[in-house]
Ligand binder design. Structure first.
Ligand code: PLP
Length: 369
């Protein structure tokens, strides 16, 4: 099983017309339009990885007995390709996504994609579909990359699959919020939990998302945009949102985020925010933070801002916290559309780095095209 993957390129016979592509790139939205091609690679117990290819974007043919459809043996990743001013295209810390994909694979008993092969797959797709990477200077646009792995073996016994498919698809992405970052309201769920010690919370697997939708419905019914989950054991410690990590900003400039407990997803954005905030002179803390500390801090004014972090929405200010019998407003930064000054400065530092507008002393950028 060689670590270096060579991709056979089969160009699409009917790619989108330039007009159709321009229409998508003008108003990309999120996760709705896909590029002309995709990456696929097959794995079987006896052959290992084989048949690595870039091929026309098309529906997959899988057996109705495929294990993934019954037992949710699925993992995924999410990262973006950014166009810089000179036309080059870059990924942000893709090796961290590759390492997390390996950990997710181990947790779900799926085969591992070598880190270099994971990055080679991203590069192979972006090279062929480079025209789908939005131009520089078009705001916070990017090409969202979605690697995934599914168990395709037609077998209804519950065991690690003997046949698996790895793929990457790509979707032009506009700014998550058309009019700049807008504060979201958060529902503190006390009835649902996202992850348990020893469970799959630290893995990026589809099942976690399926299990989060009922709580999201509860949030929506209570007028909130997103859910924040508490720990499963004491129901006391803040963990994270369904797809974003969470941060608190204190009046004295400290920034705190829940420590990785084993049931929290280790976000690439989370890790980057911790480093960039320290660069900006903030004291950063990873520790347990209770829901009571959050509520008390808002009431006393000790907590001045809160935000969520993730690749898709970058950094999203949290403007309101609600729970079964109360709610609190977080900061009131009316001058800046509800975005607090610390949140805004960290967000800008991250975006400037991703779009190549500042130096990259940690070598976080990897060129894709
Ligand atoms: C993907 C994800 C995040 C954010 O991770 P990033 O690497 O920053 O995109 C946070 N929490 C959960 C549950 C996730 O699935």
């Amino acid at each position: 099983m060689a670590d270096a993957w060579d991709f056979k390129v089969e160009l699409a016979s009917a790619p989108a017309t330039a007009e159709a592509r321009t229409a998508v790139l003008t108003k990309p939205g999120f996760g709705q339009s896909f590029t002309d091609h995709m990456v696929l690679a097959s794995w079987s117990l006896d052959r290992g990885w084989h048949d690595q290819r870039v091929t026309a974007y098309a529906p997959l043919r899988v057996s109705p007995a495929a294990a993934v459809l019954h037992y949710a043996q699925e993992i995924f990743e999410g990262l973006k390709a950014y166009r810089h001013e000179d036309g080059s295209v870059w990924a942000f810390r893709p090796e961290v996504n590759a390492a997390r994909f390996t950990r997710s694979a181990q947790r779900l008993a799926l085969p591992q994609v070598p880190e270099e092969a994971f990055i080679a797959a991203l590069r192979a797709l972006v090279t062929v579909d480079e025209v789908w990477v939005p131009p520089a200077g078009s705001g916070e646009t990017s090409l969202y990359l979605r690697p995934y792995m599914i168990a395709t073996e037609a077998a209804l016994s519950v065991r690690p699959a003997h046949e698996v498919l790895f793929g990457v698809i790509a979707s032009p992405a506009g700014p998550y919020f058309d009019t700049g970052p807008k504060p979201v309201s958060i529902w503190l769920s006390t009835s649902s939990i996202r992850a348990t010690p020893g469970g799959t919370g630290a893995a990026k697997c589809g099942g976690n998302y399926a299990a989060s939708l009922a709580a999201l419905g509860e949030a929506t019914a209570n007028g909130c945009d997103q859910v924040i989950y508490l720990d499963a054991v004491e129901r006391r410690w803040i963990e994270e949102s369904g797809s974003m990590n969470v941060f608190f900003v204190y009046a004295d400039g400290r920034i705190a985020t829940p420590e990785l407990s084993g049931s929290i997803l280790a976000g690439v954005t989370r890790d980057s925010v911790l480093e960039l905030a320290a660069d900006l002179g903030h004291k950063v803390e990873e520790r347990r933070i209770s829901a009571d500390e959050w509520r008390d801090g808002l009431r006393s004014g000790e907590i001045t801002e809160a935000f969520a972090s993730g690749t898709a929405a970058v950094i999203t200010p949290i403007g309101r916290l609600a729970w079964s019998d109360g709610n609190l407003t977080i900061g009131d930064h009316a001058a800046n559309h509800g975005v607090g000054p610390v949140t805004a400065s960290i967000r800008a530092a991250l975006l400037d780095l991703q779009y190549g507008r500042t130096a990259d002393p940690r070598n976080w950028l990897t060129r894709l095209a």
